[in-house]
Design a protein around this ligand. Structure first.
Ligand code: SF4
Length: 120
């Protein structure tokens, strides 16, 4: 559908409809669609990326294994708020860059001591 670059018009549509439409665009997957929805259109939808998947794989929570499972897990526990989702994701990214890298640097991580990885 064409929106003539009318962002407000898009923002007034149901999130699920816009998400579905984005996912119908060749080359747009879940992460790209959610990034556009959250960061460009300010829809309250959580972006799951590689940092998020890694963290939730290591932390002792049964968040699921797929993009959709982890997204649903987070969204069912954190209020649907653009700023909250934005900041929570930013914190996960920051922690992923500073500590929860491919090879985890657990020393000094804010989750050190409560993370599954610490007890491996
Ligand atoms: S304690 Fe280690 S494995 Fe757990 S989140 Fe921090 S860096 Fe990652």
């Amino acid at each position: 559908m064409s929106y003539d670059c009318d962002v407000k018009r898009i923002q007034n549509l149901p999130l699920s409809d816009v998400r579905k439409e984005l996912l119908g665009v060749h080359g747009v997957g879940n992460e790209t669609a959610d990034s556009i929805l959250l960061y460009a259109f300010h829809f309250p939808t959580f972006v799951v990326d590689a940092y998020t998947m890694r963290l939730f794989k290591r932390y002792p929570l049964d968040a699921g294994k797929t993009y959709v499972q982890v997204k649903k897990f987070i969204e069912s526990r954190i209020p649907a708020d653009v700023l909250v989702y934005n900041r929570f994701h930013a914190l996960i990214v920051q922690n992923g860059k500073e500590h929860c890298k491919k090879k985890a640097l657990c020393e000094g991580c804010p989750l050190e001591g409560s993370c599954k990885k610490c007890f491996d």
